[in-house]
Design a protein. Structure first.
Lengths: 492, 303
C-alpha cells in the first residue's frame, strides 16, 4: 500500500524554473561582421573568395561571415607554419617559448568575459558553462603546458626529445575554445608550429584567439588558424608537408583520416566518439549519483564525447534512482543560453537537432519508455527537452549508438560482473563512471572497465594535468598531462 | 503515531558524498535572482524568519520590544509581511504570547535543557510541558548529541518521541546541532531518526555552536526530508538556524529549497530561518530595490 501511494507523490517545480530573466550583457563582446584567415601572423582574405555565415543557434540570427579556406589557403598556412618552425620556433630557447604560452594564458583570462559571451552566442552553450568551465579551463591548459616547455627532459627522463614539425589540428564544435587550447598549448610547448581549423559552426572563439595570438606577438606563422568545413579539413590532412594530425570529432571522420594518412609518415592522435557507461551501485550516495548522472548527460546539452549516455542502475535501487532523476529533470532550466540561470542551452545546429530527434523516435519505436521534462521550449532556435529512456535493452540502438544530445538510456543490472560486461559491450571506450561508497569496488571496476577515463563518484571532471583519450573506436593518443606531451615529440 | 510506517534500521550505514553535496550546494549560489523574483523572494524570506533572542540576559522588556518589531518590521514600507515566529526561552513564552496576541505570529520556545541537552529525560519533558502550558505554539528541542555519537540511536529516537508526546498540539522542531555531528553522514542519520520519531521540523543548530547552518548541511537535511516524503507521503518542515544574516544567502537557501523540495515547501509552514540579524538586511535590500539607493543601518530599528 505504501509503495502504491508513494508513486503518486510528485514534487512541483514550476516556480523554480520561472525566474526573472538574468541575461549576460552582450556589449562586452565585439563580433566583426566578417572574419578572414589567420595566416603568418596576419588576417588574410581567402583565395577561395568565399565566405559562409555563422549563426546563433538559440535565435537563428546571423552573427558574422567566416572565410572559407581552399587548398591554396591551406598550402599558404602550412608553408607559413613550416617557415616559422624551421627559422624561429624550433630554434627558440624553450624558456622563451614558455613566455609566449604564458602570455596567451593570461590574455585569455583578461578577456574571459568576452570569450564566454561569444562562445555562448556562437555555440549555444549556457553562459554559466562557458564562463565557469570552457574559458577558465582553456586558460589553465595554456598555463599548464607553458610550464612544461623548458622541462621536457623531466617529462622524458634520460631521453632527448625533438619536436615533430608542423601539426595540423582539426577540432569539433562542442568545446570550440577549449579544444583549441588542448591542441595548441602542448604543440607549442614541445616546439611545433600549428595549422588549426575550428568547426565551421563555431569558428568565432578560435578567431578571437587568433587576435590574442597576434597581440601576444607570437612569431608569425607559429600558429595559423584557418576556417572552413570538411573540404578544408581534408586539405590539411592530405597536405604532404604536415607531420602530425590531431583530430577531435566523430569516429566516422576519424576513420577517414586514418585511411588518408596510411602509408605516410604522419603521426596522429584521434579523439573520437563515445557511449560512456555511468554505473550506480546500491551502496552509492544516491542523491549525489543522480546529480552526477544529470551532469554526465546534460552538460553542454549532451554534446560531449565522454557524456555518460548509458546509465546502469543496480536493480535494488532502480526505482528510487529513476524517480529522483525524473524530479531532478523537472528543475532544469532550458532556454536562452545567454541567461545566467539557463542549465540547458541550444542544440548546436539544426542538423544535430535532427539527429537527436531521429534517435528519440528510434527509442520510442524500439519500445523504450520515454520521459521528458515538462518545461516549455523557446519558439525560435534549436532546442531539445532533456530526455530519459527506461526499459532499454542492450540491443537497442539508443543504447549502442552515439546520439550526442541530451538523451539518456537507462538499464538495470544485478551483479558487478554483469555490469562490467555490459559496460564494455560497445565499440567505444572513452569514459565511464562508477558510483559506490565502497573503495575496493571502485578499484575493481576501474581496472576492468575498458575506457580511457573512469570517474569515481563524480563525472565530467577535467584538469590540464590529467590525460584524456580513448580505447577502441574512441580513438588513440592522450591529451592533457605529461601523456599529452608524448603526442608532440619524437623521442630520440 | 508511527504505527503505519516501517522504521528503518538506524545502525545501517547511510551514504552522503561530501564532495558531491558541497558541489551541488554551491551550484544553487550560481542562480541569478533579479527584479520581481528578488523582491518576492526577499518578502518570502522575511515571512519565514523565526526572530530569535536566546540570551542569559533576556528580560520581559527585551522580549516585548522584539515582539513589537516582529509585527512592525519597517512601517515606512507598506505591505510588508510579519515574521513567522518569535523564538525565546521557556521563561519568556508568556510575555511573548501576550505581546503577540492574536497577530498570527507564532511563539516558539526552545526546551529540553537547550542548548546542551545534558539533563535527565524527566527534566526535559517538564521543560517542554512548561513551555507548552505557557502558550508556546512550537517547541525547539535539542537531541542528545553525546548519546547519538555513542551510537545510542534508540535512546535518541525514544527521547524525541517522548518530547513529541509532551508537545501535544505544539509543533516540534528537532535541533540536530550539526556543528557537533560534523560529518554529512551523521547529519543524514540524525535527520532520519528525528523524522521517524515524530519531528514536525528538523533544524540544524542552536546558534551556540560554530559552524551553525551551512548550505551543504541544509541540503543533506532537505534531501532526507524528500526521501521521507517519497516513502511516507508526510511533509516535514526545515529550519536552518544560525549564520544566515545576509539577504543574498537567504535567497540562495530559497533557491535550494525550491529546487530540492519544490513549491509545496515555499512558505513558512514548511520552512523557517532561525535568525536575528537577517530581517534588517532584507529590509535594507527591499528599500534599495524600492528607492534605488542604500540606506544606512541607522534607519532600521535593531529590535
Amino acid at each position: 500500500m505504501a509503495t502504491k501511494k508513494s508513486n503518486t507523490i510528485k514534487l512541483k517545480f514550476d516556480s523554480a524554473r520561472s525566474l526573472a530573466p538574468a541575461p549576460e550583457s552582450k556589449s562586452a563582446a565585439k563580433i566583426d561582421p566578417q572574419y578572414e584567415l589567420f595566416i603568418n601572423g596576419k588576417m588574410e582574405k581567402p583565395q577561395s573568395k568565399k565566405y559562409f555565415p555563422t549563426i546563433n543557434p538559440a535565435t537563428e540570427e546571423k552573427l558574422s561571415m567566416i572565410a572559407e579556406a581552399n587548398g591554396a589557403d591551406v598550402n599558404k598556412a602550412v608553408t607559413a607554419a613550416r617557415n616559422a618552425y624551421a627559422k624561429t620556433w624550433k630554434k627558440m630557447p624553450p624558456a622563451e617559448r614558455a613566455k609566449y604560452i604564458y602570455r596567451i594564458a593570461r590574455m585569455i583570462q583578461e578577456r574571459a568575459r568576452e570569450f564566454a559571451i561569444i562562445e555562448t552566442l556562437d555555440g549555444g552553450k549556457p553562459i554559466r558553462e562557458s564562463r565557469d568551465f570552457d574559458v577558465p579551463t582553456a586558460a589553465n591548459h595554456f598555463f599548464y603546458y607553458a610550464g612544461w616547455a623548458d622541462k621536457l627532459e623531466y617529462a622524458f627522463p634520460n631521453r632527448r626529445t625533438e619536436p615533430l614539425g608542423v601539426a595540423g589540428q582539426i577540432i569539433p564544435w562542442n568545446f570550440p575554445l577549449l579544444m583549441a587550447a588542448w591542441k595548441i598549448a602542448p604543440a607549442l610547448a614541445c616546439g611545433n608550429t600549428v595549422v588549426l581549423k575550428p568547426a565551421e559552426n563555431t569558428s568565432l572563439t578560435a578567431l578571437k584567439l587568433a587576435e590574442i595570438i597576434q597581440e601576444a606577438d607570437l612569431p608569425p606563422g607559429v600558429v595559423n588558424i584557418i576556417t572552413g568545413a570538411g573540404a578544408t579539413g581534408a586539405a590539411i590532412v592530405n597536405h604532404p608537408d604536415i607531420n602530425k594530425i590531431a583530430f577531435t570529432g566523430s569516429t566516422e571522420v576519424g576513420k577517414i583520416i586514418q585511411r588518408a594518412i596510411a602509408g605516410t609518415n604522419k603521426k596522429a592522435t584521434l579523439e573520437l566518439g563515445g557511449k560512456a557507461a555511468n554505473i550506480i551501485f546500491d551502496d552509492a550516495p544516491l542523491d549525489q549519483a543522480v546529480e552526477g548522472v544529470i551532469n554526465g548527460i546534460f552538460f553542454n546539452q549532451g554534446h560531449v564525447c565522454c557524456a555518460g549516455s548509458r546509465l546502469y542502475v543496480q536493480e535494488s535501487v532502480f526505482k528510487e534512482v529513476v524517480r529522483k532523476l525524473k524530479d531532478r529533470l523537472e528543475t532544469l532550466i532550458v532556454g536562452d543560453p545567454i541567461d545566467k540561470n539557463t542549465d540547458i542551452g541550444a542544440i548546436n545546429s539544426k542538423a544535430q537537432l535532427d539527429i537527436i530527434n531521429k534517435y528519440i523516435k528510434i527509442g520510442q519505436q524500439e519500445g523504450a519508455e520515454m520521459y521528458q521534462s515538462s518545461c516549455a521550449l523557446p519558439k525560435k532556435g534549436f532546442f531539445c527537452r532533456p530526455t530519459i529512456f527506461t526499459n532499454v535493452a542492450q540491443s537497442n540502438r539508443i543504447a549502442q549508438e552515439e546520439i550526442f544530445g541530451p538523451v539518456l538510456a537507462i538499464q538495470s543490472f544485478r551483479t558487478d560482473d554483469e555490469v562490467i560486461e555490459k559496460a564494455n559491450n560497445t565499440p567505444y571506450g572513452l569514459s565511464a563512471g562508477v558510483w559506490t561508497d565502497k573503495g575496493s569496488k571502485i578499484f575493481n571496476m576501474t581496472t576492468k572497465l575498458r575506457a580511457g577515463v573512469v570517474w569515481a563518484n563524480t563525472f565530467n571532471k577535467f584538469d590540464p594535468g590529467s590525460p584524456f583519450g580513448g580505447y577502441k573506436e574512441s580513438g588513440y593518443g592522450r591529451e592533457g598531462g605529461v601523456h599529452g606531451l608524448n603526442a608532440y615529440v619524437n623521442i630520440v | 503515531m508511527i504505527a503505519t510506517k516501517t522504521i528503518p534500521d538506524f545502525s545501517s550505514p547511510v551514504h552522503v558524498d561530501q564532495v558531491g553535496i558541497e558541489e551541488r550546494a554551491s551550484r544553487f549560489t550560481k542562480r541569478s535572482i533579479k527584479n520581481e523574483t528578488k523582491v518576492n523572494g526577499l518578502k518570502l524570506a522575511l515571512n519565514m524568519i523565526d526572530l530569535t533572542t536566546l540570551e542569559g540576559k533576556d528580560t520581559d522588556g527585551k522580549v516585548k520590544q522584539l515582539c513589537y518589531k516582529a509585527l512592525h518590521l519597517h512601517d515606512s514600507y507598506p505591505g510588508l509581511p510579519t515574521v513567522a515566529a518569535i523564538c525565546v526561552y521557556p521563561s519568556m513564552v508568556k510575555v511573548a504570547k501576550k505581546a503577540l496576541g492574536d497577530s498570527g505570529v507564532k511563539v516558539a520556545s526552545v526546551a529540553t535543557a537547550f542548548p546542551s541537552g545534558q539533563a535527565p529525560r524527566d527534566v526535559k519533558i517538564r521543560d517542554t510541558k512548561y513551555a507548552v502550558q505557557n502558550g508556546a505554539d512550537e517547541i525547539d528541542m535539542v537531541i542528545s548529541r553525546g548519546k547519538f555519537l555513542q551510537g545510542e540511536y534508540n535512546f535518541v529516537f525514544d527521547e524525541i518521541a517522548a518530547v513529541k508526546e509532551a508537545c501535544g498540539e505544539a509543533r516540534l522542531k528537532v535541533i540536530l546541532e550539526t556543528g557537533e555531528l560534523v560529518t554529512y553522514d551523521k547529519v543524514r542519520k540524525a535527520s532520519d531518526i528525528a523524522m521517524y520519531a515524530g519531528a514536525d521540523f528538523i533544524k540544524t543548530s542552536t546558534g551556540k555552536i560554530s559552524p551553525a547552518a551551512t548550505m551543504p548541511v541544509t541540503l543533506v537535511m532537505l534531501e532526507a526530508i524528500r526521501d521521507f516524503y517519497y516513502k511516507t507521503g508526510k511533509k516535514i518542515a526545515m529550519k536552518p538556524a544560525g549564520g544566515i544574516s545576509k539577504s543574498k544567502l537567504a535567497l540562495h537557501y530559497l533557491v535550494m529549497l525550491n529546487e530540492t523540495l519544490g513549491e509545496g515547501w515555499m512558505n513558512n509552514e514548511w520552512f523557517r530561518f532561525g535568525a536575528s540579524s537577517l530581517a534588517n538586511d532584507i529590509l535594507m535590500q527591499l528599500m534599495k530595490q524600492k528607492t534605488g539607493v542604500y540606506q544606512s543601518a541607522n534607519y532600521f530599528s535593531i529590535d
